[in-house]
Write a protein that binds this ligand. Sequence first.
Ligand SMILES: Cc1cc2nc3c(=O)[nH]c(=O)nc-3n(C[C@H](O)[C@H](O)[C@H](O)COP(=O)(O)O)c2cc1C
Length: 144
Amino acid sequence: MATVSIIYWSGTGNTEIMAEAIKEGAESAGVSVSIKLVDNASIDDVKDANAVILGSPSTGAEVLADEMEDFVSQMEKEGIKNKIAGAFGSYDWGDGQWMMDFVERLKKDGFGVVEDGLTIHLTPGDEEKEQCREYGKQIAEKVK
Ligand SMILES: Cc1cc2nc3c(=O)[nH]c(=O)nc-3n(C[C@H](O)[C@H](O)[C@H](O)COP(=O)(O)O)c2cc1C
């Protein structure tokens, strides 16, 4: 069975809600899903998966959370590439620049990023959770 690894950081829980809904969507497509807070994740979680889906809210001034920044830097040091990837996160007042930068970076690193990532304003409601499920499903369909 194909495997999808969801790795995320969330300060107040909004990106975490997205992660859980993305997991549901990916599972509905019939893949095996692992979901971890970035603090508990290792590089093997990326290496061993057919697709990786990375989540971080917009923090600082339109940047990834430090924890995710460190993890992505580690992925880059290991030279991991040629994998299907997704990116997601919650934001508030910005225009989504952090996600545009994240997606560009992952593409430059050699990942096949699905869509332009997925951003949700603050806490996902029912409609937004459905968007997350669809995103997870879309990614899973590419690797199953
Ligand atoms: C320290 C800090 C910096 C933030 N910087 C930005 C930002 O640059 N752009 C933006 O759109 N939102 C920013 N936000 C808002 C968060 O992205 C938003 O509250 C998001 O829903 C948090 O997601 P989480 O619950 O997964 O932590 C910031 C929030 C905090 C606490």
